[in-house]
Each structure stands twice: as structure tokens, then as C-alpha cells.
Design a protein around this ligand. Structure first.
Ligand SMILES: NC(=O)c1ccc[n+]([C@@H]2O[C@H](COP(=O)([O-])OP(=O)(O)OC[C@H]3O[C@@H](n4cnc5c(N)ncnc54)[C@H](OP(=O)(O)O)[C@@H]3O)[C@@H](O)[C@H]2O)c1
Length: 289
């Protein structure tokens, strides 16, 4: 399979590359291809002639999206539309990612793919716009993958790394932390998401539409941090704190656990979040093996 990979330097993009050695991957750097330049996107797809475009780009610093809504909409909405249109014109499959933040967090059981979105902040609105644009402009080609709480070896430059690495550093230093206990999520290793993405692309029954892909299970950010402190045998402690699911005035979903319903039906499954986290910590810091 020939793949044009956008956002290859990010944490998911890096793991897609590592796990995609069986494929021919063209991965232009951001400096060579800005996805908000529709003409450049069209030109890159025409030049690469891929079977699939995988779009890992996003503007996903959630608080920053509130102060820069136009850039958020351009990257997460308009660019996704332009990529989808170019894919549909050239009969190229498209995989593009979205977020648990399209949901409002009122449920107490995992959200399935057909649950009704209700974004609470600019970021979620722009992701929902991108989903609709991809499926409207490339209805026969687009796969939209919603995921949650990603961490991977490369880290996310726009988020200053990833949650796990940050907590491991604090745990090692023996710090005491306060962590939000009111937001329940499905943290996901990008190694596992990358593997599941390749499986989904290769599965014979995969049809266009929305798929959820997250590590199985759920935890609050407090429980997630607590597990990191346990794995690293930290002297420090983690205390739960209820921040009202807000960052300043911006609201976050209290519960955004995703159910991998459609992928599981195709035989694509991910392991429980605790197993993926333990693997990541022990691989990244062998001293904790
Ligand atoms: N991280 C999470 O917790 C999380 C949760 C739910 C969903 N997701 C979604 O999953 C996907 C992958 O996330 P990730 O954590 O792997 O992201 P990431 O590490 O932040 O990587 C994003 C990549 O996109 C590139 N990029 C951003 N804007 C661009 C533009 N205009 N043109 C070209 N490249 C651009 C970035 O370049 P630079 O490196 O130069 O910035 C970076 O390489 C994204 O759609 C993300 O929103 C992530």
C-alpha cells in the first residue's frame, strides 16, 4: 500500500511509520506541506499518487483553540475538508483522526460511534466540523477515527510532550501531585492506535464512516497518574481534586470514554489501558521493568 502520511513527526505519526514498514510511506514534514494550504495538499496527493492518505495533523492544544478559534477551524475543519475533497477526486482512501471531545460528557457508559455529539468548547466544535466535512466530501473514502488521551514516544510538540512522560518525571523526583478525578477518559498508547489503524485499513469489511479506537477500559486522570506513580515505585503521592471539569471558563467533558464497537465487530481490538501503560513505562524507562 502506498501511503501519504500527514503529521508524521507527531506521536501517532511516528508510531504509524514504525508500525507501517510493510508499506511505502511518503511523509512530508510540516515545513514542506502545510495542510491549511489547500493547493499544496492537492499537489502533494497528485504527486504521491497514494492508495491512502492518513491525516494525523491537528491543532489540539485545547485551551489555545479558545483564543485562536480561526486557526483551530482552519486546521481541524477546513483542511480536513480540502484533504477529503482531494482524496475523493482521485479515488484515494482517507483516514483522519478526531477526538472524544466531540462529546459532552453526560453519559455514564461508553460512547458508541452513533452517540450524539455535543461539543462543549471550540476545540470539540472544530473536530466535529472536520468529521462532517470528511464524511460529506468523501463519503465513499473517509474513515474517521475518534481517539482519546494519546501518549507515545515522540510526544506532541504542541502539547509540550505527553501526560505520561510529564508524570514519570514528577514521580521520579518524588513530587506530590493533585490530579483531576472528575474527568473519566480512555487513555491510549499511540503504538496500539497505530497498530489498530493499520489493521482497520487492511480488514476486508472496513467501510467508510466513524470508528472509535482506544485502549480498553476507563479511568480518571487521577487514577491514571496514580498508576504511573505505582509503576515507577514513586515516593510521591497523587491526591484527587475536583476541578469542575473546567480549565478557566472552558468546559471539558466529565466522561468521554469511547466504545470500540465498530472496530471490534471487524476483529480489531486494543488491550486494556493498564497493560499498554505498563508496557510504555517499562520500555521507555527500563529501570522500572
Ligand atoms: N494527543 C491526544 O491526547 C489526542 C486525543 C484525541 C485525539 N487526538 C488526535 O489524534 C491525532 C494525532 O495526535 P498526536 O497526539 O499524535 O498529535 P501530535 O503529536 O501533536 O502531532 C500532530 C502533527 O501534526 C503536525 N501539524 C499540525 N498542524 C499542521 C499543519 N498545519 N500542517 C502540517 N502539519 C501540521 C504537527 O507538526 P509539528 O510537530 O511541527 O507541530 C505534528 O507533527 C490528531 O488528530 C489529534 O488531535 C489526539
Amino acid at each position: 500500500m502506498k501511503v501519504l502520511l500527514l503529521g508524521a513527526r507527531g506521536q501517532l505519526g511516528s508510531d504509524l511509520r514504525l508500525g507501517g514498514v510493510a508499506h511505502e510511506i511518503v511523509a512530508p514534514a510540516r515545513e514542506a506541506l502545510d495542510v491549511t494550504d489547500a493547493g499544496a495538499v492537492r499537489g502533494a496527493i497528485a504527486a504521491a499518487r497514494p492508495d491512502v492518505v492518513i491525516n494525523c495533523t491537528a491543532f489540539h492544544n485545547v485551551p489555545l483553540c479558545e483564543s485562536e478559534p480561526e486557526l483551530a477551524f482552519r486546521t481541524n475543519g477546513v483542511a480536513v475538508r480540502d484533504i477529503a475533497m482531494a482524496c475523493a477526486e482521485r479515488n484515494v482512501r482517507l483516514v483522519t483522526y478526531s477526538s472524544d471531545y466531540v462529546f459532552g460528557g453526560d453519559q455514564t457508559t461508553p460512547y458508541s460511534e452513533d452517540a450524539t455529539p455535543h461539543p462543549l468548547q471550540v476545540y470539540g466544535i472544530t473536530r466535529l466540523a472536520g468529521e462532517h466535512a470528511a464524511l460529506a466530501c468523501a463519503p465513499e473514502h473517509a474513515i474517521v477515527i475518534r481517539t482519546c488521551g494519546l501518549y507515545g514516544a515522540a510526544g506532541s510538540s504542541s502539547k509540550g510532550g505527553n501526560f505520561v512522560n510529564g508524570r514519570v518525571l514528577e514521580a521520579r523526583a518524588g513530587h506530590d501531585l493533585e490530579m483531576a478525578s472528575e474527568q473519566v477518559v480512555s487513555p491510549t498508547a499511540t503504538t496500539d492506535l497505530a497498530h489498530a489503524t493499520w489493521q482497520l485499513l487492511l480488514a476486508s469489511g472496513t467501510t467508510p464512516g466513524i470508528y472509535h479506537l482506544v485502549n480498553e477500559g476507563a479511568c480518571s486522570w487521577f487514577e491514571f497518574a496514580q498508576e504511573i506513580f505505582a509503576l515507577t515505585r514513586s515516593r510521591g503521592t497523587v491526591r484527587p481534586v475536583d476541578r469542575g471539569a473546567r480549565t478557566g471558563a472552558m468546559r471539558r467533558p466529565r466522561y468521554s470514554v469511547l466504545a470500540n464497537t465498530r472496530a471490534r465487530a471487524l476483529g480489531v481490538t486494543l488491550r486494556p489501558w493498564r497493560d499498554a501503560l505498563a508496557d510504555y513505562v517499562r520500555t521507555t524507562w527500563p529501570e522500572f521493568a
